[in-house]
Every structure is written in C-alpha cells, then in structure tokens.
Design a protein around this ligand. Structure first.
Ligand code: 2HG
Ligand code: ZN
Length: 468
C-alpha cells in the first residue's frame, strides 16, 4: 500500500511548528504533481511538498531536514528530461513556485535580480521592459524556471550566439546542505579572488545547494532577423550548409531535424512548407536588418543549391511566418511526448560532427532497424537530440532495457570522440549509468569530494548525477 504521509508525521509537525507561515502539502495529487518531471519512469513518492516564500524559510527547511535526515529535492518548472526533479523516496520537495518575483533591475550593471521560481519567459519579458534581452531561450520557456535553468546550465536554441546559462549568471545566493547562505560573486564583472563557487553550483543539478536568488546579465536586443528553413538531400550537407551560413551571415540559431521529426510535428498541427520530402532540414535565424544582409541570405541559399547541398528553402517574410517556421523545430518534443520516447542529448566538438553522425547513423540503424528514431537538435553547437519512439504496445521496461543497451554503445562512441552524454538536459537519474563515459574516474572522485564539503549529509538531491 502506498504510504501517504500526513501532517501527523512527527517530522512534518516539527517543520510546521518551526515555520508556521510555510505552505506544506501532503495530499496525493500534490505528491504526484510535484514529485516528477517530464520523465515518467519513476513513481513519485515524496514525504511532502514545501513551498517557501523567502530565503530564510529555505535555510530553516534545510536545517530541519538535516536534523531529521530528510532528503531534499529542489523543484522549479519540472520540465526536465533527466529525472533531476524526481522525488521517489520520501524526500521533501522544495518547490520554488512562490519565489517567482523579479526583485531588482540595475541599469548600470544591466542585470536583473530574480527569485529561482521565475519562469524563463517572465524573465525574458522583464528584460524587454527595460529595452534589453535575456538571450537564453528554448521551447520550454513558458513553464521552466530560471532556478532549473541554472541547475542544468541550460542551453537551447541561441547558444551559437550567446552561450549557455552559465555565461549570464552574474551572482547567486545559494543555501548549502549545511544550511549556510552563500552570496556568490555579487554581480561582479571581474573577480579574481579564488575559486568561483558560483560556477560549481551552475549545472550541479541541485546536488550542491539550493539557489534562492540569481542576478542575471542582460544584453542589447539583436538587429531585426529572418528565419530560413532549408531542405537537404543528405546528412553530409548539414555541416557544409552550416559553414556557408556562418561565413556570410550573423547567425543566432542553426538547428536541424530529420524528415521523421517533421512528420511528427506536422501530425501535431504544424504546416509543412515543402512540396517534396527531403531527409534533413535546417532552421537558421540570422540578422537581416538591411538589404545587404537580406541579399547575403539569398546568395547563401543559391550557393548551397548550386553545390547540391540544398533541395529547397523558405525564408520568413513576417514575424508570424518566422514563428511558423520555428514551430517545425520547437514543436518536436511536444509532438513526440505522447509516444514516451527514450531521449539522448549528446554533444561532440563541432568539428567532429560529420564523422560522429556517420557512426551514430550506422549504430542506430543496426540496433533499431524497426524503431522510429527521430534526430534533431542544435547541430551548430555539436548537440544532437536523438529520440527513440516507443513502439505502440511495447512495455516500458522492455523498451528502456533495449534503449539502454544502445546507450551503452553510444556512450563508448562518445568516449572515443571526447563527447558528452548530456549536452544540456543534465545527468539526473536517466544518464547516471553513463557518466563514466564522459567524465574520468578522477573527475568523479573530485565531484564527490566537493559534494561532501557542501552537503556532508548527502541531503541535496541524493542519487542524482552520481551515487554519493
Ligand atoms: C530541444 O532542444 C530540447 O527541443 C528537448 O532540448 C529535446 O526532447 C528533446 O529530446
Ligand atoms: Zn535541446
């Protein structure tokens, strides 16, 4: 029988007594809702959900958790794809849903100071209200939270121009596993005063500390842009088209997807802009503020067509058309979600992409001859998403076992190429087994040592990234 904790649990009664204003939830629907992310492999079973409204409450929760030896799972928008926000073992979920405010804008520093539960889209909107942008961007913008973005060092569709989340974090307030509140870097541009603990926390998936405040950098909006989608006859053409685009245009995105991906998004309501089917497609966004830049885009297209690298292409003539073209790429995850796909989020150096993709194609067609394997992603950053669609009627366990067999081979190939088993989604629970293919034993031992200092009782998101 499932264990349904109630406020009669002595540990929770103690927490409620210490923090009378804290919202605590224990009903079954909340435990289920807050106990999982977009992965659906684990059955949520947290002890309770705490919804603090300030950093002091977070400090008090950590101190309480330490005394009672209750593990903590930090929780943002729970759009993660690696199980990083899963609470399946009687943990307390600390949801930052109520800590979702913009606290301050500094015009001289060009920063916004925000709480961790602020959705990415709300942060982007707040930046625009000051005539600036927060440039990290991806499809989950409406539901993910900046705290989760920081926890995974989220990347997305504009990394090619602006880099990952890490580049935009000027300061962090973090509560460690001992309940200490650290104020890291304080918005400084230059700070050569020893180890930069801020960067240890970014990408640590909630295992080193709970982010309770972030100061993010903003930048100038880019000039007007256009979006082009190319249809390509062959995989090898992807990097040739990339080189051609990069040489002539100022790119803010260079993404790809296969025809299989296109079929899924179209079945989900998107409009196919092409009359003919091609095996690969590229969506690229580039500065198009003046006629010279617009002409350059057409010249790139003509050049690629002459070389036989593209079959066809469309260019946006309005914001609405740009959004429709973006939907072809950004709608893929949602269109696949009902099939509960097995996800790979891998990266290699950009220069290694052609050789790596050839090996991967051979591996996947050998191992998954009868599966629907959907490739897409941020090819301009060397980051591929390979989703294996679960065949209708196949049991979850059998499917995951088959996929993990291939992931082991994929992990070996990545090790040979010096690549990574997780480019942007994080290791969480899903990719933990394969961490050793990407990080050396010495590195993992150091990570464990760092975890031991910041979280000596192993309370913070235990079992995520590695076993502590
Ligand atoms: C994207 O790039 C996201 O769209 C999700 O990182 C990727 O669903 C995926 O595998
Ligand atoms: Zn992605």
């Amino acid at each position: 029988m499932a264990y349904l904790p109630t406020m009669t649990d002595a540990r929770l009664a103690d927490l409620a007594a210490r923090l009378p204003a804290l919202t605590l939830r224990t009903d079954a629907a909340d435990l289920e809702h807050y106990g999982r992310d977009w992965t659906r492999r684990w059955t949520p079973a947290p002890l309770a959900i705490a919804l603090p409204s300030n950093a002091d409450e977070v400090v008090a929760i950590v101190r309480w958790a330490r005394e009672h030896r209750v593990a903590i799972v930090p929780s943002g928008g729970r759009t993660g794809l690696s199980g990083g926000a899963v609470a399946a073992n009687g943990e307390i979920v600390v949801s930052f849903e109520r800590m979702n405010k913009v606290l301050a804008f500094d015009a001289a520093d060009r920063t916004l100071t925000v709480q961790p539960g602020l959705p990415l889209e709300a942060l982007q909107r707040a930046a625009r209200e000051h005539g600036l942008i927060y440039p990290v961007d991806f499809a989950a913008r409406g539901s993910c939270a900046i705290g989760g973005n920081i926890a995974t060092n989220a990347g997305g569709i504009r990394v090619i121009r602006y880099g990952n989340t890490r580049e935009w974090i000027a300061g962090l307030k973090v509560v460690t596993g001992t309940g200490e509140l650290l104020d890291l870097n304080r918005g400084l541009v230059k700070n050569s005063s020893g180890y930069d603990l801020r960067h240890l926390v970014i990408g640590s998936e909630g295992t080193l500390g709970l982010v309770v405040e972030a100061t993010v950098r903003l930048t100038d909006p880019p000039p007007a842009s256009n979006v082009m989608v190319f249809a390509l006859p062959a995989m090898d053409a992807l990097m040739q088209v990339f080189e051609a685009c990069r040489r002539r245009l100022v790119l803010s995105a260079f993404e790809f997807f296969t025809d299989r991906a296109l079929r899924h998004v179209v079945a989900h309501g998107a409009q196919d802009p092409f009359a003919q089917v091609s095996p690969f497609y590229v969506v690229t966004e580039f500065d198009a503020a003046d006629e010279a830049q617009q002409t350059a885009a057409l010249e790139v297209f003509e050049y690629c067509a002459e070389q036989g690298w593209v079959d066809d292409g469309v260019i946006s003539q309005s914001d609405a058309q740009a959004a429709a073209l973006w939907r072809l790429r950004e709608g893929i995850t949602e269109s696949l979600a009902p099939h509960r796909p097995y996800k790979n989020d891998i990266s290699v150096r950009i220069g290694a992409i052609p050789a790596f993709m050839r090996e991967m194609e051979a591996l996947f067609s050998r191992e998954y001859p009868h599966f629907d394997v959907v490739w897409f992603g941020h090819i301009g950053d060397g980051n591929l998403h390979i989703n294996v669609v679960r065949p209708a009627g196949m049991a979850d366990d059998a499917f995951v076992t088959q996929c993990e067999h291939v992931t082991a081979a994929l992990s070996d190939t990545l090790a040979r190429f010096g690549g990574s088993i997780s480019a942007e989604h994080g290791i969480g629970l899903v990719k933990k087994k394969y961490l050793e293919g990407t990080r050396s034993a010495a590195e993992i031992a150091i990570m464990r040592g760092i975890k031991g200092v910041l979280d000596p009782d192993g309370l913070l998101n235990p079992g995520k990234v590695f076993e502590s």
